[in-house]
Write a protein that binds this ligand. Sequence first.
Ligand SMILES: [Zn+2]
Length: 473
Amino acid sequence: MIVTAEKSYRAEIGIKDGRIAQISGGQVSAAAQVLDAEGKWILPGIIDVHTHMELPMELATSCDDFTTGTRAAACGGVTTIIDFSLHRKGTSLEASLRDRRRAADGRVAVDYGLHAEIVEVNEAILDEIPRLVRDGVTSFKLYMAYRRDGRMVDDGGLYAVLKRTAEVSGLVMVHAENGPLLEHLTEQLLMDGKVAPIFHARSRPHQVEEEAVRRAIYLSRFAHGHLYIVHLTTSQALSAVQETHDGGFPVWAETCPQYLLLDETVYLGEGGGDFIATPPLRSPKDREALWLGLAQGGISVISTDHCPFTKEQKRLGMERFDRIPNGLPGVETSLPLIYTHGVYQGHLTANQLVAAMSANPAKIFGLYPAKGALEVGSDADLVIFDPQVEFTISAKALHMNTDFSPYQGFTCRGAVQLTMLRGRIIAQNSQFCGSSGYGQFLHRRIFEPDNCQFWSTHEKASSSAGGPAGQED
Ligand SMILES: [Zn+2]
């Protein structure tokens, strides 16, 4: 069963020279290797557009490097990741991209791209944007928080980048939290001696996110920009996005498995600090809203924000919630978890899963239809997925370089059986069998907003009874 963002149908796929050469009907050459996927699903390879391999933070560096992280990705059905450059004040965007490529090239087991992080805005930086877009780096990441780390960009800077980027058909991604507000709330809590992990969530209530999301949308509309909100987590912020769509203006949003599957009560339990991520985990009500947002098209993408630490690394900051290294592992587990909790439990169709985890990210980030599609001419990036298998997640059995999984003990229905990248099998039955360095850097195409209005196509599809979006098998 071939499952794409549009439809599910039975067919055979022929692959030659790393690309899909035919779909059903043709002659199979005697020399061909044949893989039997009877009873299984074939999905386009998962595209995780938000990962942080070997990201240095204050107390620790995220513990997957480009080698271990992309091996784990391959085992989880992920064939492309997009990570971030590490921009520092006083350096050019180009230099920071070059450094990051030096860290990744020759080590990655899946294809990869980079978003250009921007932590400082001036004329020289703005002048780099058209050059980078021409060179295939078409997305730029800005932070509305992390002022003390020197990463926060103010409203003027955000406006300027939105404007300049849209002029050359690029996309601006924002971490939307009101930095000064959450710093104030954090200080208040610490002064009251409130240092336990749950206060991480209290220091960043939904207002912190909603205000920043609304402000970013406002600035984007003023600048005629193209705005993508990373890791959206609350029903209030989702409403801001949906109101914008209803008003006829585009804005793109992603969420992550942790916000769909977990809630803030984990901070109260033993080892609650291990679950610290930013934004914090939210309420069960928010989880429901996010699933609905995905199904209705308000949220376009599921990424993981993969940024793992070991339990020992997390302990380094355990005496105070704001010191604990921020981030969770996720690149290897996203597909089975979203299949189980999204498709199997009835929140999403299989086609909606493929849209959010492969086709939409490929379209938004300039990779479609080489990636994100199973069409003649597409890269032979695919996953053979067995929707019948059941397994239980255990950090020990996973390939990510950490002893912690926030989903430890979760039972998954559906497992990745095989992952193929450009015609080569890179993982099979939870064993990595690719090679580090086979992954290529992806020069991405410009952003085409007209091809990414997913919320409007969804309305059309769901209103025509029996439309392709509603069909699974
Ligand atoms: Zn992130």
